[in-house]
Ligand binder design. Structure first.
Ligand SMILES: [Zn+2]
Length: 114
C-alpha cells in the first residue's frame, strides 16, 4: 500500500486565520499631566516642515506632533515646564500660545459638563 499524502488544506486555512488584524489604538502622552490617553482624546500641536507651530484639531496634518489634554491646566503645565518647546524642539511664539489658550477656552466652554 502506498500511503498517499494529501495536502492538508485545513491546516493552511487555520494558519491564515491566526494572522488576525489587531486594531491598535494609538496612545499618546499629554505634555501637561503626562497621562497616557488615546490619541483622539488629545489636542495635537504640530511643527510643520516649514517650522511653524500649529494647532491640529483634526490630527491629520503632517509634522512633528505634541499632545495635550483639552484643558488649560495641561497647556499651562506644559508651558511652565517647557515640555512643549522641548518636544517640538522650538520655542512656541507668544501668538501661538494665545491661540492655544483661546482654542482651549472655546473648547471647554462649548462642552458643558466637562
Ligand atoms: Zn493632560
Amino acid at each position: 500500500m502506498i500511503g498517499y499524502k494529501f495536502p492538508c488544506w485545513e491546516k493552511i486555512a487555520e494558519k491564515k486565520n491566526k494572522m488576525k488584524k489587531s486594531i491598535k489604538i494609538p496612545i499618546r502622552t499629554c505634555l501637561g499631566c503626562q497621562n497616557k490617553r488615546p490619541k483622539r482624546e488629545l489636542l495635537r500641536i504640530i511643527k510643520t516642515p516649514e517650522g511653524n507651530i500649529e494647532i491640529d484639531p483634526t490630527g491629520k496634518k503632517s509634522g512633528r506632533g505634541a499632545y495635550l489634554c483639552y484643558n488649560r491646566e495641561c497647556l499651562e503645565e506644559a508651558l511652565r515646564e517647557k515640555r512643549l518647546c522641548r518636544e517640538l524642539k522650538q520655542d512656541i511664539p507668544p501668538q501661538t500660545i494665545n491661540e492655544l489658550r483661546r482654542f482651549l477656552e472655546d473648547y471647554t466652554s462649548k462642552s458643558p459638563g466637562k
